[in-house]
Design a protein around this ligand. Sequence first.
Ligand code: OAD
Length: 239
Amino acid sequence: MRKKLVVLTGAGMSAESGISTFRDAGGLWERYPVEQVATPEGYARDPELVIRFYNERRKQLLDVKPNHGHEVIAGLEQFMDVTVVTQNVDNLHERAGSTKVIHLHGELTKVCSSRDPNDARYIKELKPEAYEVKMGDLAGDGSQLRPFIVWFGEPVPNIEVAAETVMAADCFVVVGTSLNVYPAAGLLHYVRPGTPAYLIDPNEVVVPSGCRVTVIRKGASEGMDELREILLGDKRFVQ
Ligand code: OAD
């Protein structure tokens, strides 16, 4: 049976594709107050501004493409059973060819009901030619269509399936996340003791206490190349 590789990714994974991270200098949260565009309260106060913000993010997807790091992760499916758990709302893992992607913080390409964002009946995938949402566009329950994004203070419905996936991992890798946001950062605690874990980031990242990782201090593309060599050269992972 193929060994299970679980890769937890954050904004740094998509940085080399040209999508801003959140907390680095010049990051998204420096330019747009997080309370305004990424909380239910901000949305209640000014839905038009929030819808416009995510329209812009969605439009940006048309101009970017997966980078080498995304492609290496997708290519590892030839050798291992790979699941990506991502905090990113872009679709670059899927576009690189990854077939198992768990989105913790929602998906930019989808919209949902403002009344109940997780009501599956009203979650809709937008086509690239119709990426713009307008005030007055309604979900099936008559409420305003809103971005299918998990905002601060909202539950993270996929955290349970993500935790189960991490518990089953034979190897765990973290790429491009500052590990500032919970519950995503807490997934490290679900790695079974003794399971090899790696962290790829060009900057120093503080890992939750008690978690052991081998740090590869490189950007996502270079770091994934190095990790690929490690995995393919180790009989514990690839027979
Ligand atoms: P952050 O912006 O907090 O962290 C980005 C990480 O990427 C940092 O550790 C950087 O050092 C690293 N990085 C920068 N360039 C890189 C590169 N070329 N290759 C690899 N890593 C690089 O982003 P996240 O940790 O993803 O949530 O943030 C988590 C969540 O907070 C996001 O999903 C978002 C945000 O608020 C919501 O919107 C709900």
